[in-house]
Design a protein around this ligand. Structure first.
Ligand code: A2P
Length: 269
């Protein structure tokens, strides 16, 4: 068990959250870690959605939105998080250990879901940093491969070590007993770095605008008739990519009205 501040005594747990046990924790860098917790039997969600995660802070729960990084069919709930040294939640959450209890909201929601997109042929999953988390869910969901011929996951980070989580989730999808075969046929993983040398260098925005992304894929440019895009990253990244998607003739989708692209801010803080 970690120090007392991370424990959520069941008696104090508010009605809108579950107290769930942490099953595993893995640290990737001093800025990044992943963890998994048990899934309550009543907890239902769609692949790509987010949920509130947190800890008791004295008498009160301290909660933040986290994308669920495991698919809707999985028995456990996985998450991928940044560590912010002064972040009210992550400065504590980064110390959780297997066996500890964390808080899990009861109402997952979000727009990075297949139902918010119109049918298409190519699905682009564009991520920076921890924005890859919802796509870890979607690339292990058979629905993703049933709806699209090609699934192109891009991940841009500052340094090579920050790409490790993405490499692992892609390897897991390719080896997955449920989606492995479909992933091997349809999933492509493209990485780029902005602060270290790498075969593909630069922000995803620059790579789309210069055409370098499509050159690396050996594929044509964005086609609003056939391409669909999901975007997850920082606020600035979302703004810039949204402008590119709109410029390419795609309309923003929502649960109530499916469109050509959908966006969601990656957790930070
Ligand atoms: P850069 O190194 O040029 O800032 P962070 O770790 O800060 O969340 O950033 C993750 C990645 O997102 C970095 O490679 C960063 O590039 C990139 N990035 C930051 N802002 C934008 C933006 N407005 N559009 C596209 N990519 C961005």
């Amino acid at each position: 068990m970690a120090d007392q501040t991370v424990l959520a005594p069941r008696s104090a747990v508010p009605a809108n959250v579950h107290a769930v046990r942490v099953l595993s924790v893995k640290h990737y860098t001093d800025r990044l870690f992943a963890f998994a917790c048990e899934r309550p039997a009543s907890f239902r969600f769609r692949s790509g959605e987010f949920v509130m995660i947190g800890l008791m802070n004295g008498e009160k729960p301290l909660l933040r939105a986290y994308s669920i990084a495991s698919p809707a069919w999985d028995e456990v709930l996985a998450f991928y998080s940044i560590k912010v040294p002064d972040g009210p939640l992550t400065s504590k959450l980064q110390n959780i250990q297997p066996g500890d209890e964390i808080l899990l909201g009861k109402k997952p929601t979000g727009t990075l879901v297949l139902d918010a997109l119109l049918p298409g042929k190519r699905l682009f999953l564009l991520s920076t940093g921890t924005g890859i988390a919802p796509f870890a869910s979607l690339i292990r969901d058979p629905d993703t491969y049933e709806r699209f011929d090609e699934v192109i996951l891009t991940h841009t980070c500052r340094t090579d070590r920050e790409l490790d989580y993405g490499r692992e989730i892609v390897a897991a999808a390719l080896a997955d007993p449920i989606v492995g075969e479909q992933a091997q046929a349809k999933l492509r993983h493209l990485t780029s770095l902005t602060r270290e040398p790498h075969p593909l260098q630069g922000r995803i925005t620059a790579l789309i605008e210069s055409g370098a992304l499509f050159e690396a894929l050996g594929a044509g440019p964005l086609d609003p008739a056939q391409d669909r895009i999901m975007i997850c990253g920082s606020t600035a990244m979302l703004q810039d990519l949204k402008a590119i998607a709109l410029g390419a003739g795609l309309a923003e989708g929502a649960n109530s009205e499916p469109g050509g692209f959908v966006i969601e801010r990656a957790f930070a803080g």
